[in-house]
Design a protein around this ligand. Structure first.
Ligand SMILES: Cc1cc2nc3c(=O)[nH]c(=O)nc-3n(C[C@H](O)[C@H](O)[C@H](O)COP(=O)(O)OP(=O)(O)OC[C@H]3O[C@@H](n4cnc5c(N)ncnc54)[C@H](O)[C@@H]3O)c2cc1C
Length: 393
């Protein structure tokens, strides 16, 4: 069994063989992956050492102290947070070996082709079709709100393979090559002015059966692994005290005493305490993850994160008065990074509006907490045993 001392030694050996000051970033990250120090709880040969997940902190501490390059989780968030755990759980050995290394290193960016016009919260209603043709599947349909599709090399995709079954049972999960003929990506502008996400049109895209994750018709079960990891990765990322949205507000508060009022002081204090509670609860959730799979409790964290971001960024705009109403730049951008806290106060205020929609709306997450955490009765459903093709749309 790999222990903390062994991991510390391995991390030191990595640094000795590839000194960060003289090694280029990608070479270092590949060597780190090959040494099993990328995600230590993953299997040997796939960037890990079958070690307890909690020991990742030991490796990170040694490498951070040496100023070693890290993979940027903001750029490759969908790959790291959602595609990787799903591939690990459901991919064949060939699929794991092909995809996990470039994903972790950041050589290949991933996107998530789940949402469709008419299938967002009710994701299982999706209509993109995948039809078997020899060793391939032929996929046609439209996806929407696809973050990073303009920079992605690969996508996780769910599509309907049997319209005669009830909606949750006729879905299959695939890995889609975004460079294949038939994939068209069109920008969608957001309230911030930038186009972080896209519409994606799929017209007769051929996906080899070898790129299917899980059994045919079991895609909903596979998607649950992705979605639970998504909520944890959005709501439960590790942040330092006064990191995240509360950071710029407290900084302005300290530096600009002329802006302070008694009312704003009271509200800032309340939000500071709530942000700290959410931060510590996120830490607890991460420790819970060490013991097993992410549970529905991740939905609670994502809810808190979204509500707090909106309240804090609103307070920041108010605190800055007229200056808070200025917006830096409406030029259409195609960002490579999803950046919740970047740029100025106006950007943070507008970008945080999406936090209560992306990764599942707050209303739907409340339903999940009610049903799966509190055990309250589920919402009435009238589509349970009806074939998807017979549903009213
Ligand atoms: C910034 C951003 C990035 C995104 N990135 C991606 C991505 O990369 N890939 C991807 O696949 N998708 C992505 N999405 C899509 C996102 O997951 C969906 O927008 C979301 O699931 C909501 O679906 P919808 O937009 O169809 O709204 P709808 O489902 O139509 O919901 C409309 C309203 O009705 C409410 N509602 C619906 N059902 C219920 C219910 N049962 N109980 C109570 N209220 C209900 C909702 O909460 C909402 O307020 C992104 C969205 C945003 C904003």
């Amino acid at each position: 069994m790999t222990d903390a001392a062994e991991l510390r030694t391995r991390a030191e050996e990595l640094l000795a063989a590839h000194p960060p000051a003289t090694t280029d970033r990608t070479t270092f990250l590949k060597a780190r992956f090959d040494a099993g120090l990328a995600w230590v709880h993953y299997p040997k040969g796939l960037g890990g050492l079958d070690a307890p997940r909690s020991l990742q902190a030991v490796v990170d501490a040694v490498l951070n102290a040496a100023d070693a390059p890290d993979n940027d989780p903001r750029r490759i968030g969908i790959g790291l947070g959602m595609a990787a755990p799903t591939i690990l759980a459901y991919g064949s050995e060939e699929v794991k070996e092909r995809f996990l290394r470039p994903l972790w290193v950041g050589d290949e960016v991933w996107c998530q082709l789940f949402s469709e016009p008419g299938a967002g919260s009710d994701l299982a209603a999706l209509g993109t079709r995948a039809v078997r043709d020899g060793d391939d599947w032929v996929v046609s349909g439209q996806k929407v709100w696809t973050s990073s599709a303009h920079v992605a090399r690969w996508a996780i995709l769910i599509a309907r393979t049997d319209p005669d079954l009830p909606k949750h049972r006729g879905i299959t999960y695939f890995i889609c090559d975004m460079t294949d003929p038939g994939v068209e990506v069109r920008p969608l502008r957001q309230i911030t002015g930038e186009a972080e996400f896209n519409e994606v049109f799929l017209s007769g895209v051929r996906i080899p059966d070898a790129h299917r994750l899980g059994e045919v018709g079991e895609g909903w079960k596979v998607a649950q692994t992705t979605l639970m990891n998504e909520r944890v990765s959005i709501g439960g990322s590790r942040i330092p005290r006064e990191g995240g949205m509360i950071g710029p507000v407290t900084q302005t508060w300290r530096e600009r005493p002329e802006l302070r009022t008694h009312d704003l002081h009271q509200r800032l204090l309340t939000l500071w305490v709530e942000a700290e509670v959410a931060r510590l609860a996120g830490e607890r959730l991460r420790q819970q993850l060490v013991a097993g799979q992410p549970g529905p409790e991740g939905s609670g964290m994502k809810l808190a994160f979204a509500r707090l971001n909106q309240e804090i960024s609103g307070l920041e705009v108010e605190l800055r008065g007229e200056e808070g109403l200025l917006y830096d730049d409406w030029t259409m951008r195609r960002p490579e990074l999803v950046d919740f806290t970047g740029r100025d106060a106006g950007y943070r205020y507008l970008r945080s509006k999406g936090n209560s929609i992306e990764g599942g709306t707050s209303e739907v997450l409340l339903n999940i907490v009610a049903e799966r955490v509190l055990g309250l009765p589920s919402e009435p459903r009238n589509d349970k045993d009806i074939a998807w093709k017979d549903l009213a749309r």
